[in-house]
Design a protein around this ligand. Sequence first.
Ligand code: NAG
Ligand code: NAG
Ligand code: NAG
Ligand code: NAG
Length: 642
Amino acid sequence: MTRLSTPLVVACIILGLPINGFVLPFQRSQHALQDSKSHNQPLIFSPSTGEVLETRPLHGRFLEITDIHPDPNYKPFTDPDSCCHYGNNEDYEFSPEDTGHYGFPVSKCDAPPSLVNATFEWIQKHYLDNIDFIVWTGDNVRHDRDRLLPRTEPEIFSSNEELVSTFRNVFGTGNPYFPYRIPIIPNIGNNDVYPHNLVVEGPTLQSREFYRIYNGMVPEEQAHIFNKGMYFMKEVIPNQLVVISLNTLYWFDTNPVVDGCNIKTDPGSHQFRWLRVVLKELRARGMKAWLSGHVPPTKDNWEPTCRDRYIAWTHEYRDVIIGGLYGHMNIDHFVVHDIVEAYKQKKEEGVAATHDESFVEPSLLSHAEASEDFDQDDHIKTCKPKHYIDPSDHDSFTAQGKADYFEEIRLGYEKAAKNHNNDTRYSLSLVHPSVIPTYFPGVRVYEYNIEGLDEAVRRPQVYANGLPVRPWSDIFDELNEYLDLIKQLDNSELDELDIETHGLEMPEVLHITKKKGKDKKKKKKKKLIIDPTWPPEFGDIEPGPAYKYQLFTPTKYIQFIANISRVNLKGEKFYYEVEYDTNKAPYHMVDLTVKNWIYLAGNLSSSVVQKKKKKGLWDKYLFYAFESSGYEEIMTWIWVDS
Ligand SMILES: *[C@@H]1O[C@H](CO)[C@@H](O)[C@H](O)[C@H]1NC(C)=O
Ligand SMILES: *[C@@H]1O[C@H](CO)[C@@H](O)[C@H](O)[C@H]1NC(C)=O
Ligand SMILES: *[C@@H]1O[C@H](CO)[C@@H](O)[C@H](O)[C@H]1NC(C)=O
Ligand SMILES: *[C@@H]1O[C@H](CO)[C@@H](O)[C@H](O)[C@H]1NC(C)=O
């Protein structure tokens, strides 16, 4: 902790506030309460004087922004085969809308600084004073696609730093104690690490550097844990709502040092142990949570053993978790997760004993795999624009891959729709369009229900047994110590520890774990495997805001896109426009509860079966999936042909 904590603690004690309520920032936007103190109305205090600095009204709205990929080397009217870095490609028939000041739509070129600047200017103009927080899901640097200009680690850091300063230009306060007007929740993308996709368990220079860069965004009491794993959680509405920033790279099957969450020494498993404590604490406090990450939990992206566990946690904490917010894919879509499938996998895993004597040390395997992965990775090859790919030639792999991907998505929808009367069987991941013009740039604004927040805020923060809540700093200190200790244990020691500590509370667990580190004697192998990376099964949990309309249920989102073809062609002013609004045509969703997503899934999949020549709902969905850029026409062409 730094110097700011002591006066704040004093101020909190004087004012009779919980010490962990460092920032207590809000009141309802429409009818601001006059007599805020007597209503215990949350305010932001000056850490030095205890004076009220400001109140922050809440609006029931937040912004999601992802995959910005700024590239200072971008030059308009250059060759897309050079990543829009040089040449003017005389052989190339440019259509005037292809390239220009704000980027090259439907290409592998990254985002010009002018697009990033214009995006933030637009956000400032329209959303400066009416959003409650920002979820920012990573990839904050250009791709490493130009062989003449390899990307370096210092460049990754400085590109991240520049984006942070852009956020500060818009949302900064100039006050070192409260650097931002609203909480901003960053997340590490697979391009934010060097070499890309590869991230080991910390603390490393890398994780410390990111903590420094994200100063004021990652809570101080979680610095040690962030340095280990670059994951954290943030109270976006104190004592009520958090956003959990997951390090999805530990669950990403392209990360060569990741071997799966059925291996207890894997960093991905450690992250689940962390999540276990955090979710349990959130439930005990009656709080709700959004999950967020860069790489979405799809079959193609995640280690299956991590994905199944993730789905199980979203199911068992269906009272707490509202949904998952992800980036990485550039494609606008939603993914439905089925708990029945996840538990089938768990059963199978119990049979496949991963911890027997013949177990091969994962690090030996992974290094061999690592070099292969990098060679095969198309990211480091060329910048050939996708829309010049002739589908009749063998180079049509990308579009074909996407066509297959969407067919898989559609089949998932069809299956879910058959069980639409059992919504709690499913949980949702929402995958967001990117700012990088892989298609058209996009940003998204969610709205959520804040009716009843006043009453919730005035309730004292106590556990069900009436005891006051513990400060988060105590909980994270304990958890940090636990993570330190378990990192030193091997798989069989962890197996023993998990049996000994099964069902115990953290202070006792920690006590036993401390002894474990010292007592290194091997005990006889036990058959029963207790694995705390899987959640306990809670049969009779009342589903929360994801399933039943209540406080914090998301009511809708508006998807914005910037048609940069239009801007490039006509030299018009840059702006984002509404692409669609989930409340309106064609989706008409009354709110974003899982039931309504399952309905939509059913309508989408059946529209494919029903349609003959008429444009169906699925076509509209695909059009939006590629941000109205028209890319799906190439894709469907292949689809029909093959
Ligand atoms: C955009 O660029 C202008 C000109 O350099 C600068 O003044 C402004 O602060 C930038 N906007 C943001 C949001 O960074
Ligand atoms: C709903 O799904 C759960 C699995 O999550 C299952 O246990 C339950 O039996 C199902 N209920 C109905 C009514 O189909
Ligand atoms: C984008 O702009 C181009 C050029 O003006 C236009 O042809 C196209 O229809 C626009 N797309 C959308 C989705 O508005
Ligand atoms: C989608 O399906 C649900 C239930 O099957 C139905 O009630 C609803 O009207 C459909 N919505 C649209 C837009 O077709």
